[in-house]
Write a new protein. Sequence first.
Length: 173
Amino acid sequence: MATRAPGKLAGRAKDSMSNRSVYDPSSPDFRLENSPFYLMAHADFKYHEDMDIVLHKHGVSKPIYRVMTVLREREPASIGAIAEAALTKRSTISRIIDRMVEQGLACTAPNADDQRVTEVTLTPAGHETLRTLTPIVGRQFNRAMDGVSDSDIARLLATLQKIGANLSKLPIE
């Protein structure tokens, strides 16, 4: 059996793309290359596969870069807020921040109003590392979006937000 590259539609599925069953894993018409979740995972994997190589060249892991990007928008931020924004467990974020502190990329301090809350900020070295990495990540974004119009990107974002909201509702069981 030949395998097809993601995005190439099987002949019979291509003819019936208006039929939602080609996307539904419970349907006999379903094919993996028509799965939105498979295609999202594939694109995410390819994007991050390259990013992993580039980030490691600069001594930064993907999780550290993710925390840095959260802090770029919300600095200072509590560990809980970082975990929520980074879509990562709080205990994992705590370990990532410990590594960032060891590498001199971030510092922590208790919140002035609530000593139980630890706030995280990037150090000057963390800001410099982020400034160095941002154009590299921008090139990866542009590479990924080559040939994709601004309106398609906007529709993709709106669709992903809608899917995320749907999945945030009560679980299926």
